[in-house]
Design a protein around this ligand. Structure first.
Ligand code: NAD
Length: 248
């Protein structure tokens, strides 16, 4: 666990930086109650993401995928942003953080007040029809236990999130690459950094000599390679502490 020296070092880097960006992953939402891919007893022990989060499976049997999606919806009902999301929104409000690139699909950064959010993998509050390209937004994704259907062609709708085997939205890819090129400091928060191309963002920034600050419960592939400062612990606790130090 961090004795405070890593937090102080990170705060100093951020205070001196001109262009801080953040890359976030499932770990930032764990304290809101959304399991990551690794949490014991998580959804992903029951449903193998390699199967259930693959576009071929959705095309083959959308009703089977919606069974998992309904379970996910019931697990994540009424979730709220936690202090880590709120701390990032506060850093943006102070014009220190220039943007958040997130791999999450849960909308919690926006609910916390972050404005410049680039969603690498889409947003579960949006639906799309793979047949006629109809799209719609859903406030509360509760469909009475039945997969939602396209109002135009009656096909089963898919959440507008990037499944394995699908392309990353081109705009998200371009915007995040531009942010990474501009960054002189990167906060990597709660991600195992194994899902490419999102995991490439800190490497792009590092090539331009950005300092990399990683916040996680455990070391990742970044830790021994490009991370300058590693802050171990729950981000719902460490990020508000970091914010306080930056403000002091
Ligand atoms: P991941 O599950 O591979 O890794 C999560 C990381 O967060 C791990 O390194 C873990 O040690 C760390 N972590 C967990 N709880 C933490 C906490 N309280 N504080 C600090 N660190 C914590 O997730 P990933 O890297 O985002 O990549 C996998 C994919 O999972 C992404 O594509 C994402 O779309 C998807 N996903 C998203 C959500 C969501 O939207 N909330 C949830 C599950 C999975």
């Amino acid at each position: 666990m961090d004795d405070g020296s890593s937090l102080r070092e990170a705060a100093e880097i951020i205070q001196k930086s001109n262009f801080l960006i953040a890359l976030t992953g499932a770990g930032i939402s764990v304290e809101s109650g959304i399991p990551d891919f690794r949490s014991a007893g998580g959804l992903w022990e029951k449903y193998d993401p390699a199967i259930y989060a693959h576009i071929d499976s959705f095309r083959r049997d959308p009703e089977m995928i919606w069974e998992m999606l309904f379970e996910m919806i019931s697990l994540t009902k009424n979730v709220k942003p936690n202090p880590a999301h709120v701390a990032l929104a506060a850093l943006e409000k102070k014009n220190i953080l220039k943007g958040v690139v997130t791999q999450n699909i849960d909308n919690l950064h926006q609910e916390a007040g972050s404005v410049n959010v680039i969603e690498f993998h889409g947003n579960a509050h949006h639906l799309e029809c793979l047949s006629c390209q109809h799209e719609e937004e859903v406030g509360d994704p509760d469909f009475g236990g039945k997969p939602p259907r396209c109002p135009r062609c009656k096909e089963i709708l898919k959440p507008k999130v990037v499944f394995f085997g699908e392309m990353i939205p081109q705009a998200a890819l371009m915007e995040s690459t531009m942010l990474a090129h501009s960054a002189d400091a990167v906060l990597v928060v709660g991600t195992s950094a194994v899902v490419y191309p999102a995991s490439g963002i800190p490497y792009i920034a590092k090539q331009n000599h950005a300092r990399v600050i990683e916040m996680n419960l455990e070391h990742t592939g970044l830790t021994g390679s490009i991370t300058d400062v590693f802050i171990q612990g729950k981000v719902g606790e460490t990020l508000p502490k970091l914010l306080k130090l930056i403000e002091s």
